[in-house]
Design a protein around this ligand. Sequence first.
Ligand code: SAH
Length: 433
Amino acid sequence: MAVAKQGVCRKIDENGKGWVEGVSFDNVLPLEEIKFDPNTKKILQRVVDAPTRIRPVCPYFSQCGSCQFLHWEYDAQLEWKTDQVRHHFKSITKIPVKDCLGTDRQFGYRSKNILTFKADGKNAIAGYYAAGTHALFDVKSCDVTHPKAIEIFTTLKQLVNSFRVEIYDENRKKGLLRHALIRVAESTGEILVVLVVAHSDFKGRKNFVASLIKRHPEITSVIENTNSRSTSIVLGNQERTLYGKGYIVDRLGDYTFKISARSFYQVHPTQTEILYQNALDAAQLRKTDVLLDAYSGVGTIGIYASKRVKEVICVESNPDATEDARNNGKHNQVSNARFICADASQWLLDTSTSSAKIDVVVMDPPREGSDKNFLFALRKLRPRTIVYISCNPETQARDVKELLTIYDIQSIQPVDMFPQTSHIECIVLLQRR
Ligand code: SAH
């Protein structure tokens, strides 16, 4: 038998794991001392607790893995997030990283969530996969998810069982119901439920939806999404509206936004406005500016900024999101915005060879960051200001480094969009020299 090892946690990595003597652990905090088995990598005893440790409220904390920090005081989470950003930027700038902007709304914020169904004997369960596994566990509560969504998930499970809806079996690739996605637009009270099915032969759909609406008249739309592929991607390409208008509308500041099932939309209702306001204030927009909103989703940032500039160009590769963005422009009577469905890099490359002028770029790419072509075209177009918003400071720092040949970093501002988790959002302001 291996001799137990003992050590102090010096670091929490980007996945929220604590490192002790070269081994990573869940549920260990900085300066905590633990005894562990070096073979099984299991914690045998926590010898010294961190003063910032708290008791997690969620019963699934030890298995779930979606919220890495439920056992950590919120202020300490924020400090860690600021530190992570510092770590990624320290080799490229001396500009101090500002403190991560936190929120009072640390729970019940997630406006979108997805549960996966699985047959469990005669009944269905619906939940998440345990961290690092493909084992699904039933979820009855989720502290970060909007409470209304949890109520509806609970009803859905009951109805699935009482209607004997056939659950999809991943191994046999047979059955019907795979997932449910719920989106809540808190500002308007609209709620979208998406039932993801493996084929379009959902016989009892009419009665099922009628019962759901009877139990939750607050639901404004129900969509059936067909996904017959056996990948981990939740939504398929085929959609049919079973109830309501098929999308929801949310309000941000003076604007309303149409959000359909497959479009990206920020999940923290109050922090979204903080993020956008900070990003746009940093940009110091002028009435004469042409603003590019690259990776624009449903056009939120561009539309939000439209009053402050001469012209807005939103570029987004997802056709559904672009269509939403276009409608959002019309609907909000924004007459100075164009919405382009294209790969942002290709579009920017093409634009950089034309005589077009862009004064300010707000870019908000996915986790993988931007790419060489986009950054090359940016350096060629030389906008006065670039505001880079990212949910991954590592790829953000990598990309920003490429721009430092002609840009200076003016500020680095992390914003907490995902309390209780190790996810970090960050705004970097760059000014042309
Ligand atoms: N700025 C928006 C969306 C950010 S999420 C908001 O705050 O809501 C990133 C967006 O980039 C997604 O909508 C995704 O569909 C889009 N995207 C991903 N790769 C892209 C590419 N190569 N070109 C253009 N858009 C892309």
